[in-house]
Design a protein around this ligand. Structure first.
Ligand code: AP5
Ligand code: MG
Length: 190
């Protein structure tokens, strides 16, 4: 199995690019943000625990997302691999992922990192707020907290994965089709 990490700040275009990637490479798309939003919508205990944290733009506890991901790894068949979107988001989650995969002698295949400047994060999220109605897109202070949380807790993963030699960065500035072309050029090598 292939294990791709789709990495990048809020609003970089991870969800947007994921749909074409999963089709072309027969992958299962696992977005921890989407899984958590489904739990909230269904009113599960996990959703209730996550709701306030997500709506404040803070991370949910590592164990919560690690458990969700491991359950999906075990329950998914008929694909050539997984596209992890928004996971891992802390060094602890990256270490937990390595430990999960090591149980079956597997490892992360590659990190595909979509990078955009902070000013563009604001533009894209403001645009999406008018379309999708996500609770964590509506308030500027929450978007600020998501960006701060990304820089503090998630960006250290760039160094973590550079050390493994599996880190690949894509320029996320451009049209959706241009960014997709850059991603496909990269993915075709794996
Ligand atoms: P999550 O859902 O993962 O949100 P995020 O990381 O903030 O990323 P987004 O979904 O906002 O951005 P995206 O990169 O998918 O951009 P998109 O393609 O939509 O997480 C939400 C919350 O859940 C977290 O804050 C946290 O609380 C919790 N959580 C999730 N995972 C967790 C974890 N592992 N650990 C702990 N907590 C976790 O694009 C954005 C907009 O831009 C769209 O409108 C799109 O149409 C547009 N767009 C995209 N590409 C382009 C382009 N090239 N040109 C112009 N517009 C574009
Ligand atoms: Mg997304």
């Amino acid at each position: 199995m292939k294990y791709y990490i789709l990495f990048g700040p809020p609003g970089a275009g991870k969800g947007t690019q994921a749909s074409a990637m999963v089709q072309k490479y027969n992958l299962c798309h696992l977005s921890t943000g989407e899984l958590l939003r489904s739990e909230i919508a269904a009113g599960t205990p996990l959703g209730l625990q996550a709701k306030a944290l997500i709506e404040a733009g803070s991370l949910v506890p590592d164990e919560v997302v690690e458990g969700m991901i491991e359950a999906k790894f075990q329950g998914t068949e008929g694909v050539d691999g997984f596209l992890l979107d928004g996971f891992p988001r802390t060094i602890a989650q990256a270490e937990a992922l390595d430990a999960m995969l090591a149980k079956t002698g597997e490892a992360v295949t590659a990190v595909v990192s979509i990078m955009i400047p902070d000013a563009m994060i604001h533009e894209r999220i403001a645009h999406r707020a008018t379309i999708e109605g996500r609770a964590d897109d509506a308030r500027p202070e929450v978007v600020e907290n998501r960006i701060r949380t990304y820089h503090d807790k998630t960006e250290p993963l760039v160094g973590f994965y550079k050390e493994t030699g599996r880190y690949n960065e894509i320029d996320g500035v451009g049209t959706i089709a241009e960014v997709q072309g850059r991603i496909f050029d990269l993915m075709d090598r794996f």
